[in-house]
Design a protein around this ligand. Structure first.
Ligand code: AMP
Length: 195
């Protein structure tokens, strides 16, 4: 299974990625985790990345492709697919990754769009800030990340809907309900067993 999770911050990408990888065995690739790992390494690149992430800005596409492409190729080779969480996040990223996907036979099967009203997203992110202390989970940066989503990432929703591969799921429900719904929708497309 080759899946993209496309959702605003706070919609539950990480939560659903966890059971999806456990059930399918495909590798979970989180663009944010890859970036944070590079920052934790303390490299010069990491210092530049921290500057973008702490402000809630998108990091440049070139850097993203350098980090993501080898991870996706390895995931597909080693686990027979991938679960991409947080990438692509802009139309240019989507178009270029489709091109690379076609060349390498790694084309995505479906894109899951988890939706929830903005106040719900903000409340969840502030809750996570209290638990995990992420630098980009403070009120002002959260507001900016949601604005970046609306401007740069939301156009991908129509793009994937037009391609017929968008699975839109209401994420303002208990996790178990979202999981059952998503499982059914993936099963309808032959991407997951009915459990
Ligand atoms: P996330 O963990 O997905 O919420 O991502 C945290 C931060 O990493 C984002 O606010 C961006 O600064 C950066 N980031 C993650 N994925 C991407 C991407 N595909 N393109 C550009 N920046 C990204």
């Amino acid at each position: 299974m080759r899946l993209v999770l496309l959702s605003p911050p706070g919609a539950g990408k990480g939560t659903h990625a966890a059971w999806l990888t456990a059930e399918t065995g495909v590798a979970h690739i989180s663009s944010g985790d890859l970036l944070r790992a590079e920052i934790a390494r303390g490299s010069e690149l990491g210092r530049r990345l921290a500057d973008y992430i702490n402000r809630g800005e998108l990091v440049p596409d070139e850097v993203m492709f350098d980090l993501i492409t080898p991870a996706v190729v390895a995931a597909d080779r080693d686990t027979g697919g991938y679960l991409l969480d947080g990438f692509p996040r802009t139309l240019p990223q989507a178009l270029r990754s489709e091109e690379i996907g076609r060349q390498q036979g790694l084309t995505v099967d479906a894109v899951v769009y988890l939706t929830a009203p903005e106040p719900v997203l903000v409340a969840r992110l502030l809750g996570r800030a209290a638990e995990q202390g992420r630098a980009d989970d403070d009120t002002a940066v959260i507001a900016h990340r949601l604005a970046v989503f609306a401007e740069a990432t939301a156009p991908l929703i129509d793009h994937y809907r037009d391609r017929g591969i968008l699975i839109e799921v209401d994420a303002d429900r208990p996790v178990a309900d979202i999981r059952d719904d998503l499982r059914d929708r993936l099963a309808e497309r032959g991407l997951l067993g009915r459990g």
